[in-house]
Design a protein around this ligand. Structure first.
Ligand code: GN1
Ligand code: MG
Length: 367
């Protein structure tokens, strides 16, 4: 994202409270461009995160920011009531000088700002089951605190984001169109999806039948989307709220496992290193279920492993779809990177499938 320049008018649009002395690139997100703003002489907060919202991905930045403001405003009193610090344990939107939650620059790009939560640790990969357990507890706690939030208030900022049936349909269109003539380069990967096409309807089918609750979900529960307080394991801040919208809790659980319990990075092209680390799986599950508390329903508990399968299949399908479309969604460093990412996900899925009984047993023993 380093190619993005921050126009000075954007910096001036936000009410940072002091003199801005530095603007530096921040983080490793694939979607938005992020910058750390350092200020001096202010009376409020020293550092902020300034982000340019990717409008290729998020077509309605106003709806997205409405969701984030609604959810973070709702979370703060609950955090305070639990003895936490609402300025550190959830995001705080910084308004523009005009009092708005975002700003459109002269080129039409939307920008927004948050308080920078300092002194927290962001793990790109789990160094131990304990770290992953704590991430699970943070995401579970996030879900619990939003249990009573009126979910209908939220906009679906990306339609059918984790509707695996719709992802399958998009994949089939990409195969059919063969836009950049890559179908012939990946028959085995296409078959990996086709062999599992019936699985794509399971979870959303349960939701449509009214058996699985629609909740406020995060929808991008990667380990690196939770900041952890090194001084206190129970204090954390769930970030990247762009995809907070109505969804399924089992999808949030599954996406976290898919990303964080893989023995290697999702970008690793060496699929011999891919596999589901069962100790990591167990640690996250313990933390997540504990954080979530008694609100988790029996049908959700019974479908946790299905959530992992669905999210791994879906992510493989999304990477492969983008490869077939000519890499228009995910950034790539080399031409076959999205194909490698898809292969990585399908290898993970195969490993999960060959240990299903064991994973179901781990869950059954815990919940
Ligand atoms: C994107 O930008 P980042 O890394 O938070 C994507 C997720 C994928 C992920 C795969 C809005 O997340 O859904 O799981 O890449 N976010 C969006 O690495 O599409
Ligand atoms: Mg994200």
């Amino acid at each position: 994202m380093s190619e993005i320049e921050v126009p000075s008018a954007v910096v001036e649009a936000f009410d940072f409270g002091g003199e801005v002395v530095d603007v530096a690139p921040l983080g490793q997100g694939r979607i938005n461009g992020s910058f750390l703003i350092s200020t001096r002489g202010g009376t409020r907060w020293p550092k902020y995160v300034l982000q340019r919202i990717n409008t290729h991905v998020f077509v309605d930045p106003g709806a997205l920011m409405d969701n984030i403001v609604a959810v973070t405003d709702y979370l703060k009193p609950g955090i305070a009531a639990e003895g936490g610090d609402p300025l550190r344990e959830t995001l705080s939107v910084v308004k523009t000088r005009m009092g708005q939650s975002w700003w459109r620059d002269d080129d039409g790009s939307p920008w927004r700002a948050y308080l920078f939560v300092d002194g927290m640790v962001c793990h790109q990969s789990a160094s131990s089951p304990q770290v992953f357990h704590d991430a699970g507890e943070a995401f579970g706690t996030f879900a619990r605190r939003l249990d009573e939030f009126p979910v209908d208030v939220l906009h679906s900022t990306i339609a059918s984001f984790h509707d695996t049936r719709v992802r399958l349909a998009g994949f089939l269109v990409a195969v059919d169109r063969d836009r950049v003539r890559r179908v012939s380069t990946c028959p085995a990967e296409i078959d990996a999806v086709l062999a599992r096409r019936d699985q794509c309807a399971r979870l959303m089918g349960l939701a449509d039948a009214g058996q699985m609750p629609i909740r406020v979900t995060h929808n991008d529960t990667k380990l690196n989307n939770v900041l952890m307080d090194p001084a206190d394991r129970r204090r954390a801040c769930v970030i990247d709220l762009d995809t907070v919208m109505p969804g399924l809790a089992v999808h949030d659980f599954g996406d976290a496992i898919r990303y964080g319990a893989n023995r290697t990075d999702e970008d690793d092209p060496d699929i011999d290193r891919v596999g589901l680390d069962r100790a990591m799986f167990e640690a996250f599950t313990i933390g997540w279920v504990r954080g979530f508390g008694p609100g988790l329903t029996p049908i959700e508990k019974a479908n946790l492993v299905w959530g992992v399968r669905a999210m791994t299949l879906e992510q493989g399908m999304r990477f492969l779809t983008d490869y077939l479309d000519g890499d228009r969604y995910y950034g790539v460093a080399y031409p076959t990177q999205n194909l490698d990412r898809a292969r990585n996900q399908f290898a993970l899925l195969s490993d999960i499938e060959s240990h299903l009984a064991q994973l179901e047993q781990i869950v059954a023993d815990l919940v």
